[in-house]
Ligand binder design. Sequence first.
Ligand code: NAD
Length: 699
Amino acid sequence: MSVVELCREDEIAVVLVDNPPVNALKHEVRVGLTDAFSQARDDSAVAAIVLACAGRTFIAGADITEFDKLPKAPHLSEVIALMESIGKPIVAAIHGTALGGGFEIALGCHFRVAAPGARVGLPEIKLGLLPGAGGTQRLPRLIGVEKALPMILSGDPIPAKEALQYGAVDAILEGELAPAAVDFARRIVKEKWPLRRVRDMDEKLEAMRRNPGKFDELAATLSKRTRGLHAPAAAIEAVRWSLDVPFDDAEKRVRSAFQELRQGDQSKAQRYVFFAEREAAKIADVPPGVRPREIARAAVIGAGTMGGGIAMCFANAGIPVTLVETGQEALHRGLDIIARNYRNTVKRGGLAGDEMERRLARIQGVTDFAPVGEADIVIEAVFEEMDLKRRIFGDLDRIAKPDAVLASNTSYLDIDEIGASTQRPQAVVGMHFFSPANVMRLLEVVRGEKTAPETLATAMAVGRRIGKVPVVVGVCHGFVGNRMLRARGIEAERMLLEGALPQDVDGAIVEFGFPMGPFAMGDLAGLDVSWRMRKAQGLTAEIADRLCEAGRFGQKTSKGFYRYEAGSRTPRPDPEVEALIAEASARHGIARREIDKQEILERLIFPMINEGARILEEGIAARPSDIDVIWVYGYGWPVWRGGPMYYADRLGLATIREKLAEIAARSKDERLEPAALVTRLAAEGRGFGSLAEAARAGR
Ligand SMILES: NC(=O)c1ccc[n+]([C@@H]2O[C@H](COP(=O)([O-])OP(=O)(O)OC[C@H]3O[C@@H](n4cnc5c(N)ncnc54)[C@H](O)[C@@H]3O)[C@@H](O)[C@H]2O)c1
């Protein structure tokens, strides 16, 4: 069967796209659309045309795999130009999602109708691109720059109701969409509605044309969080052209901007992360036929920093959740923080008041364990103490449903040991959320030695259902993310002793693209947390330990590696800290020297890459791309640099190997000697990426 069919119902032609799973705009679809629309145009019996899609969605975007190849005609903008020039009304019938090129096609139609649950958007920015087939020119004409620019720069789709308010769709039709759209087209013909070509609409641009300063203001506000990224700047320019460049010229410019971005390093890295995220969803060696269990109710043990956020994730996804605390006071504190979080979101306009009430109603706070017996999944988030966790899992074993998943949010502890405190270690799994748990997307799903495939599959599926990006990891101290973070932290501390200051180290990594550096992050998380952990393990970190001994726990005490003014979270360099560091250097007989940015970066990032290589050797992560997903979604690695393992491949593993050997010699630390995997791949002239290719090829 062809991917595009043309049929006729009396005077209405229906062009039906059927390219499962999401009707992506691969080359055959573009050819099919060109043929079908040309035929409908030339058929004098056709008075109007409906563009509809089979399956679960309208055209959900371009075929991203084609971005790595040379573009092949007909290009999408040519298909759209053909459609728009047809002198018969075309109605796009949108169900599911009309995204990217799919929404651009809809914008090339003369009318748009949507099913109630449909969403439309231009997510190109998330792949380091800009809408390349008219979106930057047509959307502002259709709904105004004030609405279009935020949509283009965020890449987030909007629901049909909002699209109707904005004028992005003309009607929301109940019932079966395609026949309703055909009726809509009949009405257009009967009532002789004038053709509406979006490219010719000007009205919504008038005000901003008269006052271009407004555009600059809007662009400046919206680009505050796009530091280092090329695509948002290009998209802003492109939308500006909608105001002051004729349509066809603007489109030409957009196409060349699109090609430049497509071939650039940033978009390549972002596309890599896009596929890496999908790849992470595939679990190695889970037998086919293993299905995740139904989750109708959850329970979370501990309503502290993490437990509260985790409970919110379930409530947000429509899953009722029981939140267990030791006493009324702790419970109220936890519930109050949750309510405050929701209220703040409502205040910022991110949530409707009645939706907040519905979500709050899904969270049931209790101080006894009995209601946990009704949950299909239990997530423990109490203090990081093995004895306590073992006791709780012992209790869960007695109370929880026979087929419930028992998960721990531990950051470092051994899941196997926790599992051994139950009679059902096969039901035990780690679900390591990141703080703030209701915001951060990453979820490390820790597979214990005895974790059953079904348990793992359930943890992954529920993770996705609550909006996370779950990645499977194995058991080791700190799993993948925190273990690599520790490698970075050790070297960061060393550089302080050798001559750098916290602001030098943090400054270099922020310039690289991270939202904050290791020391500002320590201050935010609380230095006492890692101090307590180090003490429990008999470890030290000279500078951080001394800060804690001086009562400097970070932001919570307004003093840590930096000082903080009342009510401010901005880290300010502190001469007291500088003196404390200089004194520590002197005590060790170290003559302080200037450490340049390049060295700082290499010493922060290369040890992480080395640890990542060991993690792969040990099978703690299944693929290099899983490690990249963890760093992008959990630790603020700049997405346009693809993740640490991807970055290593770009630099070349031979370079990494040599630099690591140098750093190891300087720091007198064996852990920094290049891992066997780095040495082997470098010698073979390969990168980490080749491991994934080899695995796919079955080698
Ligand atoms: N804070 C983080 O950034 C972070 C990130 C990832 C994972 N974790 C892990 O999450 C877990 C919780 O950390 P947190 O930061 O939320 O700690 P927290 O101290 O904020 O909260 C722990 C809560 O557990 C409650 N609790 C203790 N014993 C209990 C029991 N028997 N029954 C019910 N509740 C009990 C405490 O009253 C407290 O409210 C730890 O294992 C930690 O390692 C923390």
